[in-house]
Design a protein around this ligand. Structure first.
Ligand code: ATP
Length: 254
């Protein structure tokens, strides 16, 4: 794993009147790592992810991605530069097949780059890539099923595929295990683990068991500020984190 910084967030503030949803939050994500953002309810996790994706504009601070200042770059331009977001908005077409859903995502991305392939060749290429992504997210045997006929867990796998089809450098994931049963969660967990080193991930997740198994590094947000960043081991042992978030009990250290 390379240790270059892919995303650097400095002193990000988002104010709503007198309330600061993020309050000088700073964070760095290294190329290739799985980075988790944790914190109690209302700590500002969703706000921070929205500021990074471009869904919200910050009141102050700076965001640098892949060497570029993207603080004021619109969301679609961030996506074109390789910053994708999954899971917040369900983007599956229910009446299209898994393969067609993925082929559309590939097409949407290709629209951003010039190429000179003939249309027929382009189409074959697109579907080959869609099939590859379906395989990648564990839907290789389900390519001809309709999006709407998939189980909840399979739909989340497809959503992950839609994001991966754009070949992102950094993928933002908002609660990838939300609403899943134990088996589905486990499948998503190993899927995300299999992306390690291939795609850099920044995820918000409430399932602490999953976070501690998955993340290379964890940042802890409390009242809009990142109070600690470190390996799962370091975060478990950090007294401030234990006090503010995990609860200073034996369960948190198990
Ligand atoms: P949760 O874990 O419950 O999803 P969170 O860590 O994602 O919480 P945010 O949703 O980012 O926290 O909210 C941070 C704070 O900002 C909260 O106090 C919230 O009430 C407030 N907030 C968020 N969005 C707005 C808004 N549009 N207008 C006013 N206040 C907001």
């Amino acid at each position: 794993m390379s240790h270059s910084t892919l995303l650097q967030v400095d002193d990000l503030v988002k104010s709503y009147g007198g309330l600061r949803a993020t309050d000088h939050a700073s964070l760095s994500v290294l190329t290739g790592e799985i980075h988790a953002l944790i914190g109690p309810n209302g700590a500002g996790k969703t706000t921070l992810i929205q500021l990074i994706s471009g869904a919200l504009a910050p009141s102050a601070g700076r965001i640098e991605f892949d060497g570029m200042d993207i603080t004021r770059m619109p969301m679609h331009a961030r996506v074109a530069h390789g910053l994708a977001r999954s899971f917040q908005i369900t983007s599956i077409f229910h009446r299209l097949s898994v393969l067609d859903n993925l082929a559309l995502a590939v097409l949407a991305h290709a629209g951003h780059s010039l190429n000179f392939w003939r249309p027929a060749r382009r189409d074959a290429e697109r579907y080959a890539l869609a099939a590859e992504v379906a395989q990648r997210v564990g839907l290789g045997l389900h390519v001809h099923r309709l999006g709407g006929a998939l189980s909840h867990g399979e739909q989340r796998q497809l959503e992950l595929g839609l994001a991966l089809a754009t070949r992102p450098k950094l993928l933002l994931l908002d609660e990838p295990m939300a609403g899943m049963g134990p088996d589905e969660s486990e499948r998503m967990l190993s899927l995300l683990q299999s992306l390690r080193g291939e795609t850099t991930l920044l995820l918000v997740e409430h399932d602490m068991n999953a976070v501690f198994r998955l993340a290379d590094r964890i940042s802890t947000l409390v009242a809009g500020r990142v109070i600690a960043c470190g390996t799962p081991q370091e975060i478990r042992q950090n007294p401030e984190v234990r006090l503010a978030y995990l609860g200073d009990d034996e369960e948190a250290t198990a």
